[in-house]
Write a protein that binds this ligand. Structure first.
Ligand SMILES: *Cc1c(COP(=O)(O)O)cnc(C)c1O
Length: 373
């Protein structure tokens, strides 16, 4: 077997990277597709549910897929600095890949609203962390303004190379199953990722002769089709940050799922196009539902994802219950980021550690009280 060297190396013929392009990579991608074994039994549904665990990327989220591509192209174009607005994970990925490439990185984050693990990553990798007294949408606006006046390269998902890298998740799902699932569910914040998933699935059924919705025949990255169909796309937003469901921007988005705390998504139109073309829908979950399912997944399947990621499964469980997703379906949920990103939220909703004297009898007592029957 050949050594895995990251997603650009693997999918070079389907990505905007020439033979001479020097790749900036941390061996991202190639994440596991984990079948959930207990949950379908628990909810008494005859379905197959898989979690595509993007938390196992190098910086702990799917953002690495886009960042390897964006930073590779930035360096190729001679850029010496990158910049992004972030709810956390984009800054973590940007900081790591900038360090790898040896270029400067500036990140704008909303003051006090970024999960601890993500902040520690941006700081540790040596990026310049700028906290703004404002939210993600303010940061996004500012980044676009300063990119016109200073020599910085934007690596938010308005950078088209981000979506190109992120589309590879669809190729991996198809290779693992080995076709597209019936449904693919994921959280929707800035809506770049649902757009990227749809680009990937669309290219996967393209035979080069037929133009898919996104490339309109102009894309040169397609090759022989690898899937027979595309999935129905399900996009879930947190109730306090659900602009697509409300049909208008949300001024002050609020949710425990900070990665999707976004009121005015940049890729709104493309996300709606993906939903409509696939025959899918958008749904919403409350913070309570998100946290419940985050914990359920951690405790019944052993998979620890961050709150934003859990909304994909929370939405699917709800829509299974409502009968909107039928029996016999195969469903993939993108688990976008690792639970360790947000230790505060995890600790706040978990049983506190027990404190006892350092004596055998004490430990035995605790064991007897807590054995599963
Ligand atoms: C960025 C992010 C999202 C949202 O993705 P968009 O492309 O902004 O819709 C969801 N979950 C996690 C963990 C993220 O980091």
């Amino acid at each position: 077997m050949e050594r895995y060297n990251g997603l650009i190396d693997k999918y070079r013929d389907r990505l905007p990277a020439g033979a001479g392009t020097k790749i900036v990579s941390l061996n991202e991608g190639n994440t596991p597709l984990i079948e959930l074994e207990t949950l379908p039994r628990l909810i008494r549904k005859n379905v197959r549910i898989y979690g595509k665990f993007e938390g196992l990327n190098p910086t702990g989220s799917f953002k690495d897929r886009g960042m390897t591509m964006a930073v590779t192209k930035a360096v190729e174009s001679g850029a010496k600095a990158i910049i992004c607005a972030s709810t956390g994970n984009t800054s973590a990925a940007a900081a790591a890949y900038a360090a790898r490439a040896g270029i400067a990185c500036f990140v704008l984050i909303p003051e006090g609203k970024i999960a601890l693990g993500k902040l520690s990553q941006a700081m540790m990798h040596g990026s310049v962390v700028i906290q703004i007294r404002g939210n993600f949408d303010d940061g996004m606006r500012l980044v676009q303004e300063v990119a016109r006046t200073t020599p910085v390269n934007i690596v938010n998902s308005i950078n088209p190379y981000r979506l190109q890298g992120q589309k590879t998740i669809a190729f991996e799902v198809i290779e693992a199953l080995p076709d597209a699932p019936d449904y693919h569910a994921l959280p929707v914040g800035n809506a770049g990722n649902i757009t990227a998933h749809w680009i990937g699935y669309s290219e996967a059924v393209c035979e080069n002769t037929r133009a898919c919705a996104f490339c309109a025949g102009k894309c040169s990255f397609h090759r022989a089709k690898i899937a027979t169909r595309r999935p129905i796309m399900l996009g879930y937003q947190a109730s306090g940050a659900a602009p697509i469901l409300r049909g208008r921007p949300v001024e002050n988005p609020e949710t425990v799922a900070t990665a999707i705390r976004i009121g005015n998504p940049v890729s709104w139109q493309q996300a709606v196009a993906a939903q409509q073309e696939s025959g899918g829908w958008f749904g919403e979950c409350t913070d309570g539902e998100i946290l419940h399912v985050q914990k359920l997944l951690a405790q019944t399947e052993g998979v620890f994802c961050e709150p934003a990621s859990a909304i994909s499964l929370a939405g699917v469980l709800k829509d299974l219950e409502l009968g909107k997703i039928g029996e016999g379906s195969t469903i993939v949920c993108t688990l976008t980021g690792h639970g360790l990103k947000d230790p505060d939220t995890a600790i706040a909703q978990s049983a506190k550690p027990l404190t006892v004297d350092a004596e055998r009898a004490e430990i035995e007592r605790v064991i007897r009280e807590n054995l599963k029957t």
